[in-house]
Design a protein around this ligand. Structure first.
Ligand code: 13P
Length: 335
């Protein structure tokens, strides 16, 4: 494995305040979001929507890389160009989500395991031929009555480690995403404890499976109270808890942390990221950036509504949200 190649890709992805745009919603997730906006749930509408994003003028001002869904890799722009090629031409590095979604973990209630390790090496080889330089695997951990269990945490972080090792073997940067979900009425302290435990277990397994930490991107949740908890913390409290948790659990050799937005509003996600960078950047060993899906796309999707006449307006909103996320990476966003 040529570690320098991986390090160079990571450096490029996050240079000059840039971050990652996640546009890799699986078909069921995309369907849900389309349905909520009255958009037909067809492969053609998904193609049009992904084209709208990729063809947004100047997106590379703030986006260093975009994560595509496997379906999108097989689709073309109106000009007949493969989507990944169009993305690369616009100056954005192409990545791909390679997990194949979550299933209920057998023997456990309400806990999930991510699938997709079978045949992963072959898929990576073929994606590399399409110009893909990084990949993503998302594991989810749910907080609830008596959960997460140790078994669920171990199963998920072990698979994340195996995925990361296979990616590095093929010269692809793995985005390692252990998402502790915001669903529930738990406190910020509970989120802190669970996230810290998951991260410590994750880094133990990355070590066991010989993953080179200098060649990964960590994509975690921020430390926030559950969405149903009436007590929501201030922006500065979230930033402080998040930094404390990551300093306790993430080795300094990891080059970059790119947060997911996880269902936070675009404003909240940007404000939290901004506060982390503004207040703590000079004391942290990693770059702290974003890998948002909803917090960048949501206003654009709502404006588009599947209507050709709204494409320009949707692109304007997408560009704006990406710019804001980038300012938050730099710690210069003024809400
Ligand atoms: P959100 O930013 O909407 O949480 O999505 C990020 C992502 O890629 C989830 O896997």
């Amino acid at each position: 494995m040529e570690i320098q190649l991986l390090k160079d890709t990571i450096e490029e992805l996050f240079s000059n305040g840039k971050g990652i745009l996640a546009m890799d919603e699986s078909t069921p997730t995309c369907d849900k979001r389309f349905e909520a906006n009255g958009i037909p749930q067809t492969p053609e509408m998904r193609r049009k929507y992904r084209q709208l994003i990729i063809k947004t003028e100047g997106l590379s001002d703030s986006i260093g890389g975009a994560i595509l869904y496997e379906e999108t890799l097989q689709q073309q722009t109106d000009d007949g160009e493969p989507m990944a090629t169009a993305l690369l031409k616009s100056g954005i590095i192409a990545g791909v989500k390679v997990d194949q979604g979550t299933k209920l973990l057998a023997g456990f209630e309400n806990e999930k395991i991510t699938e997709g390790l079978d045949g992963l090496q072959q898929r990576l080889i073929s994606y590399k031929g399409m110009g893909i330089r990084f990949a993503k695997w998302r594991a989810i951990i749910t907080i609830g009555d008596g959960i997460p269990t140790d078994a669920c945490i171990y199963a998920n972080v072990q698979d994340l480690a195996r995925y990361a090792a296979i990616c590095q073997q093929e010269g692809i940067v793995p985005i390692v995403e252990p998402e502790v979900l915001m669903d529930g009425n738990h406190s910020i302290q509970k989120c802190y404890e669970v996230t810290e435990k998951v991260l410590k277990s994750l880094f133990h397994h990355l070590y066991l499976f010989k993953v080179n930490l200098e060649g990964i991107i960590l994509k975690p949740n921020m430390i926030v109270a559950g969405t149903e908890n009436k007590h929501q913390n201030t922006v500065d409290e979230v930033a402080q808890a998040t930094v404390k948790c990551f300093l306790s659990a993430v080795p300094a050799s990891v080059p970059a942390i790119a947060f997911l937005s996880g269902g936070q509003s675009p404003e909240k996600a940007a404000a939290h990221l901004n506060a982390i960078n503004k207040n703590f950047k000079n004391h942290l060993p990693w770059k702290i950036s974003f890998s948002f899906a909803r917090a960048i796309q949501q206003p654009a999707l709502e404006a588009w509504k599947g209507n050709e006449d709204n494409v320009a307006e949707a692109q304007k909103l997408l560009y704006r949200r990406a710019k804001i996320a980038s300012a938050a990476h730099l710690g210069t966003y003024k809400p």
